[in-house]
Design a protein around this ligand. Structure first.
Ligand code: MOS
Length: 708
């Protein structure tokens, strides 16, 4: 980056989001709401067995239902061109890979008729034995070739086994995380129209070009014949990055009723088998330290699930490769293939479950070494990235821990567990954990900028706003890159008719799109300077640019860091856990917009609280489905569950990450929250809960009381 970052004027201002008025007045159109002519409605039929083969489908009754236009099954559905992605290959064979898989679909004049007729489709199966239960000692454990993100499955430095055996202070503990369901406010919805050999889709998507390309491959269509429009997305969190079967089903049905737009909105219950989830995990962590509290060995082994028909391997132990110094280190992932839906990325994949385990273990080890948990982390700060042996572009974990401790009032904390009480039978405790998230930059983004006669700049890029603030923040970047007020930026995103852009994934959106926009602006300004007419810039000029490579990415390890502090109350009679206060301090480069940025981190911390205390999919192993498949039973933290959440942003100047000096913040906030809460629960009660969520029953095992 030549050590040069943008001169900033719009960047760093807490602007209200430009799309706010449209959203609160209901005029911002989400996928299902786009007006289309003569829509038809789609309702899926789902498998009622976890493993099996369809031997007969009975569609007569459904076809006889008034208003029914088509009933698709594996016998008559259009054939796909590529079966490489087994998750997307639906209605092509009689095989059933998991309970809830789409096995048929009804298209009708009304949504009511479609739903009624779907109920009348009969499917006969020949079933086989199924296995849906993840166990840490499952005999079919295997090592995947790589894990998500292309990271190594295993990594070993030094001789961790010998070092662990010889260490003066040792910890060996296993932590578990639950099966977490994607539950965006906007359920997955699609409008698909096949007309004149062109496919048009309205879908809430993290990346319209990525989705277009995967559908083009699946259906053997030229990408240019597919247009995807997605101006607003009602939450995504990773669940709207990869194409899921709902989009495929809508397209199959659109082929069946050419010229008619087909509308599909998944029900909340359907989402529990269709749109992905975070794998449950078993994580064994072993730490070894000297009497001085310096780590000598770290071992982190994760066992997780994937689907039998398609592999997704979450990169759970990867944060352990970068967080703390220790000469002897080992990290491994093992997977078990089960007859379940395909897991997927969810906000900070890998980092979220991995850091719950690691940061819980660090708390246990600090106690075992007789050290304060903040000081213990600082004492084990690595001078360089321990995995890659590269310097960090910036690493301000220590500053976050120190600043957080000061703001939170950590000084003088009595480490004795179970001794602080508040009126009403509440035990009080405090805990800390670190946060981390990589600064990714993904290739494949381009931008164009055109100067209009009215002096406005049309900035075009197929980027996405998941509710995160892109409509505002990318305009701020463009304004500074063009050195004009942000009011003169006319941003266009969320459409494959715009220049291609990498999807919003891995918190990389701003880095990738912003770098492309800055480069396009640089070229436009050069043309403006060259094409002045009588001192007035020529209108109608345009410039385009691909995102430039950043050679500094080879020279530095790039991460954002944070520190999270939690205060909890645990009721001594009921085991109820409340979290009156969360405080996070984050160092994430330059913050493009402190208002939308704070919302991202606050939302991440809230999602982490929800993970700590509430969320878990409960599986019925007899049938292979999630029993609590609605938001009444799959509890997500609501306002009543959340106390004060403070977000503080440290000023951080990183000249290497990108021209804006920014780091991704969409995922950083969830990382570490659950550990901070679990550590505070231990401080409050003396009970170390190693299994999420921390439900009241965890305190009453074997008839014990809360305080031990
Ligand atoms: Mo994010 S889970 O990488 O979309």
């Amino acid at each position: 980056m030549d050590g040069k970052t943008l001169a900033v004027r719009a960047i760093g201002r807490p602007l209200d989001r430009f799309d706010g008025p449209a959203k609160v007045t209901g005029t911002a159109r989400y996928a299902f709401e786009h007006p289309v002519d003569r829509p038809a409605y789609l309702f899926p039929v789902q498998a009622t067995v976890a493993v099996g083969r369809i031997v007969a489908v009975h569609t007569e009754a459904a076809l006889a239902e008034p208003g029914v236009l088509a009933v698709l099954t594996h016998e008559n559905a259009p054939r796909v061109a590529s079966t490489d992605d087994a998750e997307m290959t639906i209605l092509q064979t009689p095989e059933v890979a998991y309970r809830g898989q789409f096995v048929a679909a009804v298209v009708a004049e009304t949504s009511e008729a479609a739903r009624r007729a779907a109920d009348l489709v009969g499917v006969d199966y020949r079933t086989g034995p199924h296995d849906v239960e993840l166990r840490p000692d499952h005999p079919d454990r295997y090592a995947p070739a790589v894990v998500n993100g292309g990271f190594a499955t295993d990594s070993v430095h030094g001789d961790p086994e010998a070092a662990l055996a010889e260490a003066a202070v040792r910890l060996d503990a296993t932590y578990t995380t639950a099966w977490y369901q994607h539950a965006q406010i906007e359920p997955h919805a699609t409008i698909a129209t096949w007309a004149g050999d062109r496919l048009t889709l309205y879908v809430g998507s993290q990346g319209v070009h990525r989705l277009r390309d995967s559908l083009a491959t699946l259906f053997g269509l030229e990408p240019e014949r597919i247009r995807i429009i997605s101006p607003y997305v009602g939450g995504a969190f990773g669940g709207k990055l990869h194409a899921h079967p709902d989009v495929v089903l809508a397209v199959l049905c659109a082929f069946a009723v050419p010229g008619r737009p087909v509308k599909l909105a998944l029900t909340r219950q359907q989402m529990f088998s269709q749109v992905g989830y975070r794998t449950p995990s078993f994580q064994r962590i072993r730490l070894g330290a000297g009497r001085d509290g310096k780590l000598v060995a770290v071992s982190h082994e994760a066992v997780q699930q994937t689907a039998r028909h398609k592999e997704f391997a979450e990169q759970t132990v990867t944060p352990t490769r970068v967080m703390y110094a220790a000469p002897h280190r080992s990290t491994t992932h093992r997977m078990v293939r089960l007859d379940v839906p395909v897991p997927t990325i969810m906000r900070a994949p890998g980092k979220t479950p991995g850091m719950y385990a690691l940061e819980s273990a660090m708390d246990e080890m600090a106690i075992a070494c007789g050290q304060d948990p903040v000081e213990f982390r600082i004492a084990n700060e690595p001078p360089v990235d321990p995995e890659l042996d590269l310097p960090f572009s910036t690493r301000n974990l220590v500053a976050c821990l120190r600043d957080g401790a000061r703001r939170f009032g950590w000084a003088g904390r009595d480490p004795t567990p179970g001794v602080r009480r508040a009126a009403g039978g509440w035990l009080v405790g405090t805990g800390v954990a670190s946060s981390v998230y990589p600064v990714y930059q993904l290739p494949g983004s381009s931008a164009t900028i055109r100067l209009e006669p009215d002096g406005r700049y049309v900035v075009s890029i197929g980027a996405a706003d998941l509710g995160t603030g892109t409509w505002t923040t990318l305009a701020q970047i463009a304004a500074d890159a063009l050195a004009v007020p942000v009011e003169r930026i006319d941003l266009r995103i969320g459409d494959t008719a715009l220049p291609p852009a990498m999807a919003a994934g891995g918190s990389s959106g701003m880095t990738s799109w912003g770098s492309a926009v800055v480069e396009a602006a640089r070229r436009l300004r050069a043309r403006e300077a060259a094409e002045h007419v009588d001192g007035i810039p020529a209108s109608g000029i345009e410039a385009a640019a691909d995102m430039p490579e950043n050679p500094d990415r080879e020279r530095f390890s790039m991460y954002a860091f944070g520190a999270q502090f939690a205060e909890v109350r645990v009721h001594e009679a009921t085991g109820e856990v409340r979290v009156p206060r969360l405080l996070g301090v984050f160092a994430a480069g330059r913050i493009i917009n402190p208002k939308t940025g704070r919302s991202q981190l606050l939302g991440g911390m809230t999602m982490g609280l929800s993970m700590a205390l509430h969320e878990q999919c409960v599986l019925d192993p007899r049938f292979g489905h999630v029993v609590n498949h609605d938001l009444a039973n799959y509890h997500i933290a609501t306002n009543a569950d959340v106390g004060t959440v403070e977000v503080h942003l440290l000023a951080e100047d990183d000249p290497y990450v990108n021209p804006m000096g920014s780091k991704g913040i969409g995922e950083l906030g969830i990382v570490g929250t659950a550990a901070a809460i679990a550590n505070a629960v231990q401080h409050a009660t003396g009970v170390r809960v190693r299994d999420l969520p921390i439900t009241p029953d965890r305190f009453f095992a074997d008839g014990a009381s809360v305080v031990r």
